[in-house]
Ligand binder design. Structure first.
Ligand SMILES: [Zn+2]
Length: 400
């Protein structure tokens, strides 16, 4: 069975080999055909579209690749609205609030954690996200981290162990013993369910030696690496990420010139999370410097109950444009193809021939409206593999 999608006012392919030849590869008055395997097998002008078994007309709307949210913390219980209110009244953000969520998560049943995952991933889908990464990091015992990654597996395309999120209270006086727990028994228990290992490399969390110890253990098990780096201040995080060939260095809020250079000359993606700076009222990363140096930049939500409780990639695009001086085209590319690069995926984040037909239809004539109309729910329908229109969300929508 083939599906023809036509009447597309503006199609963003994310490949300069198409349409206007820009990095977005914009095709006007476009159509495309999706085959049995959920992949795109024809793209062109609507007027020259071939026959297909079924036809869907988008009536002039814009179509973009589904967002790839490459950084989210979705396995948790409770929320921290009170902490947010206090912060907005003048208290700065520190890593310590994570412990509040750890206590709530440990006390929660599997059903509660699962319901929260279902709700948040449905929220993401509704806003155009078709591929997502999810981290653990609010259990911080072998059993609770294992439970977290196992639950995440059912909802996320990539799962990351973040046992080294913060030192839990019971290890407060012996952080190195906690690092040994993470790099040994915790990794052994979780390895089968995870794609990546992540460390919060930051003052108040884990230092360079502790970070390396965890990453060495990840590398020995041939797991991928990503890093929370340089969020709260300059530090060794970005350099370690590049040194270990990490898939991404995330946050990158406080970078030295050497950090920018290292990222630009490596395959490590610089993942920017402007929702965090927005929600913690902190200075934004220098996206222009990274882009102008030639680094690959991704945008992600960092959806979590503490520093940034948004699941909205369109909001991140609006913030990237307004606050970080990215062009609307750069922001959309970072939220789609950039996120895919951060997850080592080439089949999503673009809509070229052979790519998965994961896409969002906008109630707008152009992708520009994502930044131009902040806060407006512009995503009309979301399609996975060109087959499932996800405009009603009773729960998790499985991949075909
Ligand atoms: Zn994070």
């Amino acid at each position: 069975m083939t599906n023809l999608f036509t009447g597309i006012g503006q199609l963003v392919v994310n490949d300069p080999g198409y349409g206007d030849g820009s990095p977005l590869g914009i095709v006007d008055d476009a159509a495309f055909v999706v085959g049995d395997d959920g992949r795109i097998e024809w793209i062109g002008a609507a007027s020259s579209a071939p026959e297909a078994d079924a036809v869907v007309d988008f009536d002039g709307r814009a179509v973009i690749p589904g967002f790839v949210d490459s950084h989210a913390h979705l396995v948790f219980a409770g929320d921290r609205a009170g902490e947010f209110a206090a912060r907005m009244s003048g208290r700065p953000y520190t890593a310590g609030g994570i412990r509040t969520t750890v206590a709530a998560t440990r006390a929660a049943s599997d059903d509660v954690l699962q319901a929260n995952l279902r709700r948040l991933t449905a929220e993401m889908r509704r806003q155009g996200t078709t591929t997502l990464e999810c981290k653990s990091g609010y259990g911080l015992t072998v059993d609770d981290e294992q439970r977290s990654v196992t639950l995440a597996r059912d909802f996320a395309d990539a799962v990351t162990l973040l046992g080294a999120h913060v030192v839990p209270p019971e290890y407060a006086d012996r952080p190195d013993e906690y690092v040994d727990l993470v790099r040994g028994p915790m990794l052994d228990a979780c390895a089968a369910d995870i794609d990546y290992v992540d460390v919060f490399c930051e003052k108040g969390a884990f230092d360079a030696d502790q970070t390396r110890a965890v990453l060495d253990a990840a590398r020995a098990r041939e797991l991928g690496i990503r890093l929370h780096a340089n969020q709260l201040g300059e530090g060794p995080g970005v350099q370690i990420a590049v040194e270990y060939g990490a898939a991404s260095a995330d946050h990158c809020t406080h970078l030295s010139d050497a950090d920018v250079e290292s990222l630009a000359s490596s395959t490590t993606v610089a993942t920017l999370l402007p929702g965090v700076e927005f929600s913690t009222r902190s200075p934004y990363p220098d996206a222009r410097k990274l882009l102008d140096a030639g680094a690959t930049v991704a945008l992600a939500t960092d959806c979590n109950p503490g520093s940034c409780y948004t699941s909205s990639m369109p909001l991140c695009i609006a913030l990237a444009v307004r606050e970080m001086h990215m062009t609307p085209a750069e922001a959309l590319l970072a939220a789609t193809r950039g996120g895919a690069a951060a997850l080592g995926r080439d089949d999503v984040g673009r809509l070229a021939l052979g790519a998965r037909a994961d896409f969002a239809v906008l109630n707008a004539p152009s992708y520009l409206h994502l930044a131009y109309r902040p806060g407006v729910p512009l995503v009309d329908t979301v399609w996975m593999g060109g087959a499932i229109p996800c405009h009603t969300y009773g729960g998790h929508v499985a991949y075909p």
